[in-house]
Write a protein that binds this ligand. Structure first.
Ligand SMILES: *[C@@H]1O[C@H](CO)[C@@H](O)[C@H](O)[C@H]1NC(C)=O
Length: 391
């Protein structure tokens, strides 16, 4: 009697912990406000890669809880094909897969190279609408394969580690790709060792989306900039993107932090606030054609180029650093902007001063955003960003 009673108690406790943390933690803020993902669907943990693949892509509302790393790395075997070596340096450079003739078209002087990479990395997991994908603890998520939303809506991706996607190769795969979509909240994830982009939007419009509290860890053994740092951090270049990018920790990344715009006829409004940028040997924000980027309360610590200008960086960015520049926001936003800080970094004052940006930020979401003073950002972001903090 006692042993089976005890077993029954264990069974009940197990049920309780499975139902625990069934929902995403906290509520989406910024432009993704109102995003509920899988909502109140019963939380469940997949038992295999195949089940996770199916659950993510089907048309059922789901709360999918990952309790470990789902490692797809070698699940689909390897591919050997044409590639190139655009960079030669120490420490190790990235090589490139000749996807869509990229080597031929963009790196014609690079030596050819036969490349072997994992197929799983170049075929991302499709993510459908009405999904919450939630990691449990500090070591749950997906390895060897990324996520791709194509026109989906109402999706939460939270507390995941996403890593090790053919990091040796440009075009080896993205961590999170969104080709059109709305109501998307990407929160408290840690992303590292990715071949191509850690986050990419395009070509469809990505709206009502918030990218928050993530760690973009750029430390890598294979660098396109030959300095041990990851260049391909985030590219936001959809047809009409509306994105809140806040409270993220960009650590040792060397480029595209984020790259915004670059395609004629497309436009993007990116509210970039309270991000902590640390130890970048390259650039952070790269505003290209079509971009309107409003920077508030960001903290750049040892970043060579906080905001690129010149060359193709002809998009609009406004990064107030003086009281007068902060006050210039009042007419359109109904409040002052929060000034940015750059310490041991390249010039920020005078670089991003285009008040034409402000017309893109008159919606109430921007006016009412809660934004920390830049001085509070380093401690806050280091304590709260990335995997293992919320669940
Ligand atoms: C997502 O949920 C909404 C609201 O319940 C529903 O209208 C919509 O059809 C769902 N989308 C999909 C693809 O299931």
């Amino acid at each position: 009697m006692w042993p089976s009673y005890k077993a029954y108690i264990v069974f009940l406790v197990t049920l309780a912990s499975a139902a625990d943390n069934a929902l995403a933690v906290g509520t989406a803020f910024g432009l993704a406000t109102g995003t509920t993902g899988g909502g109140s669907a019963t939380a469940a943990t997949p038992t295999s890669l195949a089940q996770l693949t199916t659950w993510l892509s089907d048309s059922t509302a789901r709360v999918i809880v990952l309790d470990r790393i789902f490692d797809y790395t070698s699940a689909e075997g390897t591919v050997t094909g044409a590639g190139c070596a655009p960079w030669t340096c120490t420490p190790s450079p990235q090589f490139a897969i000749n996807s869509n003739n990229w080597c031929t078209n963009y790196e014609p002087n690079a030596a050819s190279k036969t490349v072997t990479y994992y197929k799983a990395g170049v075929t991302p997991l499709a993510v459908g609408s009405n999904k919450t994908l939630l990691g449990k603890g500090s070591n749950a998520g997906i390895a060897g394969k990324g996520l791709k939303i194509t026109g989906g809506s109402n999706i939460i991706i939270q507390n995941l580690k996403i890593s090790n996607i053919n990091s040796m190769y440009v075009w080896g795969g993205d961590a999170i790709q969104i080709d059109g979509g709305s109501k998307i909240w990407i929160d408290h994830n840690t992303i590292q060792n990715i071949g191509r982009q850690m986050i990419a939007t395009g070509y469809g419009a990505v709206t009502q989306t918030t990218i928050s509290n993530n760690v973009f860890n750029g430390q890598t053994s294979y660098s396109a900039t030959c300095n041990g740092q990851h260049y391909w951090t985030a590219i936001l270049t959809g047809k009409a993107d509306q994105i809140t990018f806040a409270l993220n920790y960009l650590y040792q990344t060397s480029g595209r932090g984020p790259h915004v715009g670059g395609i004629g006829g497309y436009y993007q409004n990116i509210h970039l606030y309270n991000n902590y940028f640390v130890s970048s040997k390259g650039h952070a924000v790269d505003p290209e054609v079509g971009a309107k980027v409003l920077l508030e309360g960001n903290y750049f610590n040892s970043v060579v180029t906080p905001v690129l200008s010149g060359g193709t960086a002809i998009g609009q960015a406004y990064a107030p650093v003086t009281a007068a520049q902060a006050a210039a926001c009042s007419t359109l936003l109904g409040r002052k902007c929060v000034i940015n800080a750059a310490v041991s970094s390249g010039a920020l004052p005078g670089v991003a001063t285009d008040t034409g940006v402000l017309s893109g930020f008159i919606a109430s979401t921007f006016k009412s955003a809660t934004i920390l003073a830049a001085s509070a950002v380093p401690a806050y972001v280091q304590a709260n960003s990335g995997v293992g903090k919320v669940n």
